[in-house]
Design a protein around this ligand. Structure first.
Ligand SMILES: *[C@@H]1O[C@H](CO)[C@@H](O)[C@H](O)[C@H]1NC(C)=O
Ligand SMILES: *[C@@H]1O[C@H](CO)[C@@H](O)[C@H](O)[C@H]1NC(C)=O
Ligand SMILES: *[C@@H]1O[C@H](CO)[C@@H](O)[C@H](O)[C@H]1NC(C)=O
Ligand SMILES: *[C@@H]1O[C@H](CO)[C@@H](O)[C@H](O)[C@H]1NC(C)=O
Ligand SMILES: *[C@@H]1O[C@H](CO)[C@@H](O)[C@H](O)[C@H]1NC(C)=O
Ligand SMILES: *[C@@H]1O[C@H](CO)[C@@H](O)[C@H](O)[C@H]1NC(C)=O
Ligand SMILES: *[C@@H]1O[C@H](CO)[C@@H](O)[C@H](O)[C@H]1NC(C)=O
Ligand SMILES: *[C@@H]1O[C@H](CO)[C@@H](O)[C@H](O)[C@H]1NC(C)=O
Length: 461
């Protein structure tokens, strides 16, 4: 009897804890539940950026998160998440502040090369801003005033610039990770930059119907496929040393690289009216992305396996799960045959992520390890973005597919954007770059950087 009393007391204690805790209770099959959860997380995310929806920018500069620890690119990625948030929920609260931030960072040549970022900006960084404006075009996010650069033209400007950086001097092609030869990592050709060009080309082809973009998407894909960055069984690795002519790869597997490839393949599958070539590639990447849903945690909860369990992810990496979730949803939408494989993973991960959202000052800040039942206390922009992405993605069945120029997309383009003026000039201003500046450049794992600097290429696998 004593045992029973203790057990009952324990049960009561558990239920009190559960009902008094702040964790967000999510039913991923209910649109209302998803929207109310997403609203909380979106608010927590934006609290890193501004005091409120019309208030002061915390970094002091529109479009920037506070550095350190948040590099320029992550703000661009965050605005993309907020555009998705609006798309999924119809909540317009943050639209104006998102547009203002994007407009402030377009740079002198309207191509997301602001002079302040020349020491840090890699091709992949620039691409994440391009993904964001591409989403704005596809989703008919309210257009900027006519005298400002337009979403589609901005994405085209980035695309046009990237094609001028295609480098056949080493590895028979590919984009270097970095834009500037003076930045460390110029000798690294990576999946984020080349997969990013592939995805952006695929999306521009789908939106504009211009085959030239699809040709570039194929070119970038084919180069990746013949390099060690993609294996013949569709594993996606991070990058390769061009000074060794890209003969081997850093074999770390990251959610965002898979997300980029899955998204690009889904757009190409749809653009080609469901070609078997793209179906095979898409399914190959999807099958391998199951590595991020370990059976240890039930098989449907996303884990950044390379660093999360040991809590060794860096600031950039904590945001990576956002991009896999984002583009898994796109795959379910543009390649409907993949939905059955994807939806249980979005549901399981969203529910798990929501239970992690019970930390921080707000009482709802999301931790990083979704497979745990309460917040691990590891909060930040990336963690918040990842939770928002995976929660909102569960509305994918409720929303209209991306628009194109012929199905109602209203964004104005300019096929030659970004090609004139000083667009490709070296914008380095001020004093020469320092070692400290170099080490901070771009989206990269510390491990990879150490590997490059130390030359210990084969040590990472
Ligand atoms: C938003 O923030 C601004 C600047 O910090 C402040 O003046 C304003 O009262 C805030 N508005 C609301 C509705 O909280
Ligand atoms: C958003 O609003 C549109 C038009 O009012 C409506 O068709 C759509 O269902 C809404 N979406 C969501 C997710 O509520
Ligand atoms: C560049 O940096 C200066 C000095 O901090 C700042 O005033 C300006 O707003 C920044 N521009 C952009 C586009 O971030
Ligand atoms: C570099 O690799 C490419 C294949 O990516 C190959 O065609 C080329 O011959 C290699 N160059 C050298 C110098 O080994
Ligand atoms: C896809 O189908 C449409 C409609 O039949 C056609 O106009 C278009 O050319 C096709 N696209 C490709 C890439 O085959
Ligand atoms: C993906 O997995 C499914 C189910 O196991 C299998 O039928 C399919 O052949 C796989 N596709 C590829 C390209 O590996
Ligand atoms: C392309 O995407 C649209 C929108 O989701 C979908 O209706 C269509 O079936 C897709 N095309 C193919 C070939 O799956
Ligand atoms: C298609 O895109 C290419 C590459 O940007 C551009 O040169 C060409 O003018 C575009 N064609 C049309 C019809 O817009």
């Amino acid at each position: 009897m004593d045992f029973l009393r203790k057990a009952v007391r324990a049960l009561i204690a558990i239920s009190i804890f559960a009902s008094n805790g702040f964790a967000i209770d999510l039913d991923p099959t209910s649109a209302a539940s998803i929207k109310s959860a997403a609203k909380i997380v979106a608010g927590d995310l934006m609290s890193y950026y501004a005091t409120n929806a019309s208030g002061a920018i915390i970094s002091g500069i529109p479009g920037l998160l506070t550095y350190p620890p948040y590099y320029w690119w992550e703000a661009g990625a965050m605005f993309g998440q907020m555009i998705d948030y609006w798309y999924y929920t119809n909540d317009t609260t943050y639209n104006d502040i998102v547009t203002a931030g994007l407009m402030f960072q377009v740079g002198n040549d309207n191509n997301f090369m602001p002079a302040n970022q020349s020491k840090d900006e890699g091709n992949d960084d620039q691409l994440f801003w391009a993904f964001t404006v591409m989403s704005a075009a596809e989703l008919n996010f309210p257009n900027p005033p006519a005298d400002k650069p337009q979403w589609l033209a901005l994405a085209q400007a980035v695309f046009n610039q990237l094609t001028t950086r295609w480098d056949t001097s080493l590895c028979s092609g590919g984009l270097p990770w970095q834009i500037y030869t003076f930045n460390n990592g110029y000798d690294y050709k990576n999946t984020a930059a080349n997969g990013g060009l592939f995805q952006l080309g695929a999306r521009l082809a789908k939106y504009t119907g211009n085959q030239t973009y699809a040709d570039w998407a194929n070119k970038a894909y084919d180069w990746l496929a013949q390099s060690p960055l993609l294996t013949s069984s569709y594993q996606v690795y991070d990058g390769s040393n061009s000074l060794k002519n890209c003969t081997d790869a850093d074999q770390l597997q990251w959610t965002y690289n898979y997300g980029i490839m899955i998204g690009g393949a889904a757009y190409m599958y749809n653009y080609t009216n469901g070609s078997s070539t793209w179906a095979t590639r898409l399914s190959g990447f999807l099958n391998n992305s199951e590595v991020f849903f370990p059976s240890t945690y039930g098989g449907n909860v996303m884990v950044e396996v390379a660093c999360e369990v040991t809590q060794k992810c860096d600031t950039d990496q904590w945001s990576f799960k956002a991009y896999l979730a984002r583009w898994l949803a796109i795959s379910a939408q543009l390649a409907p045959y993949t939905a059955d494989q994807i939806i249980p993973k979005l549901q399981g991960s969203a529910k798990a992520a929501a239970t992690q959202c019970n930390g921080g000052n707000s009482g709802t800040a999301c931790g990083s390890r979704w497979f745990q039942s309460t917040s691990d206390g590891n909060t930040g922009v990336g963690q918040e973005m990842s939770a928002l992405s995976v929660i909102a993605a569960n509305l994918i069945g409720e929303v209209t597919a991306p628009y194109s120029a012929v199905t109602g997309g209203t964004s104005k383009g300019n096929p030659s954007a970004g090609t004139g003026g000083g667009a490709t000039q070296n914008p380095l201003v001020g004093s020469p770059i320092t070692t400290g500046d170099k080490a901070g450049a771009g989206i990269i794992t510390t491990l990879v950087l150490v590997t490059i600097l130390g030359g210990g290429w084969f040590m990472v696998s």
